[in-house]
Structures are given as C-alpha cells and as structure tokens.
Ligand binder design. Structure first.
Ligand SMILES: [Fe+2]
Ligand SMILES: [Fe+2]
Length: 243
C-alpha cells in the first residue's frame, strides 16, 4: 500500500522525543535488557543511527515520510503527535530481518503465530519491530508499541493512534500520486475509520486478484473498521453479522 511529495515542517523532531513517565507495557515476561533505562526518553538520533545500519537508504526515507505523515495526521485529528512520531519512526525496524529470525524472535517472545505468519514470516516484521523497539531502545509506551505492531495488518479495536500509523504507512508521499491514493489521503483526514476500511478493502481486492493468501487479521480489521465507520457516520449501533 503506498504515494506524492510535499515538504513538512518537523523541526521539533530534532529534539529528543519524550516518553510518558510510567512504564506500563510488557510484550512478554522477559525483562528489559539490564543496560536500558525504561524511563529514558527515546533518542531519535540513536534510532536513526540504528536504522542507517539496518535498513537501506530507500527504506529509511520511507520511514521518515511515515513519521512526518503520522505527525500531520495526528495533529489534524487532535491526537498525540509525539507518540505518532515515535511509532512512525519505529514502525519498520524489523523490515529487513530474515524470515527465520522473525519467527524465532516472535516465538521467543510468546507471540501467537498464525499459520499465515508461518507461510509468510515477513508479516511478522510489525510485531517483531515492537519487540526491537522495546529491547533495543527501551520503548515502553503501550500505545506506541501497539501502533508499531498494528501498522501492517491493523487489528480490531486498535486505537486512533494505531489507525494514524497504519494509514501513514499507506499514504506517505513516496507511495505515489494515483487518484485512488489521493482519495484515501482525503478520507484519512475526514474519517480515520473509513480510511482504514478503504485500505483493508483495497488490500484484500488486490490479494484476491493475484490469488494470494489473506491474513485473517486484515479481515478482522476490516470488519471492525466497517462497524466503527457506520457508528461514526450515523451515530448508530454497528450492524453485526448473525452468522
Ligand atoms: Fe512495514
Ligand atoms: Fe512502512
């Protein structure tokens, strides 16, 4: 999923991004590495240095555009832009991990592995990215880590911050400038749930067209987003299937 280019003023991103004072999130029972202070603010430059050694320049540029897009979308919807920035910066940490390493790290952390993940371990780069954010950079903000985990497949009941990062990954300027993408960009400003719904349906349409497997989480995200979109538009109860 992906899009055009315009400049964004993100001067304040040059400052270290602050984490909330309470560490409230654990992905597993494994303790943080001893050398990490979980209350230490996220050092953006430290993350950039790590990324420059672990992802190609092209991907790093994508990550920076996702960070910028997430900030703008969060600000547009009155959400916490600093958390959006952190999640955007961290979202693709594990993008270039080999399939074996992704599966090993996910299993070692006790994640539920769907059969689709076994077939296509690359889908785990989102979940494993959150593990790396926690272990490598001491990130312990539950919402930021969830937004990293949810950036590829989404998740039913995900937060608005997760919606912002999920969408930012799809609509960042480098993804292109098609009519459909520009419509999705407009929709992302208008209604986050409708934009998530559209993204999931576009993705599923494309996967069906190429006879590819569809991860069940995409459908779960789509069904949830449909209900939330209906609620947000009409103020009604969502229509639930009786099946
Ligand atoms: Fe990704
Ligand atoms: Fe990405």
């Amino acid at each position: 999923m992906g899009h055009p280019s315009h400049s964004v003023d993100c001067g304040s991103l040059n400052d270290a991004l602050r984490l909330p004072p309470i560490c409230e999130f654990e992905l597993s029972t494994q303790p943080l590495p001893a050398q990490r202070d979980p209350l230490k603010p996220l050092d953006r430059q430290e993350v950039l240095n790590w990324l420059s050694e672990n992802v190609p320049e092209k991907r790093l540029n994508h990550i920076l555009r996702v960070e910028e897009t997430a900030i703008k979308l969060a600000q547009y919807h009155d959400l916490d832009w600093e958390r959006a920035a952190q999640a955007g910066l961290l979202h693709d940490l594990a993008k270039y991990f080999k399939p074996k390493r992704l599966l090993e790290l996910a299993k070692a952390d006790g994640l539920d592995i769907d059969p689709m993940d076994e077939i296509n371990p690359h889908l785990l780069h989102a979940d494993v990215g959150a593990i790396v954010a926690r272990d490598e950079f001491g990130v312990c903000d539950a919402e930021v880590l969830a937004a990293v985990r949810n950036h590829t497949l989404g998740r039913a009941e995900m937060s608005l911050l997760s919606c912002v990062v999920f969408l930012a990954d799809s609509i960042e300027p480098g993804r292109g400038n098609t009519t459909e993408l520009n419509e999705l960009r407009k929709l992302s400003r208008k209604n986050l749930y409708r934009a998530v719904l559209q993204t999931c349906e576009d993705s599923m349409r494309s996967l069906f067209a190429s006879r590819s497997l569809v991860h069940p989480r995409v459908l779960q995200t789509r069904n949830w987003a449909l209900q939330m979109a209906q609620q947000s538009i009409k103020g009604d109860k969502p229509k639930l299937s009786s099946a």
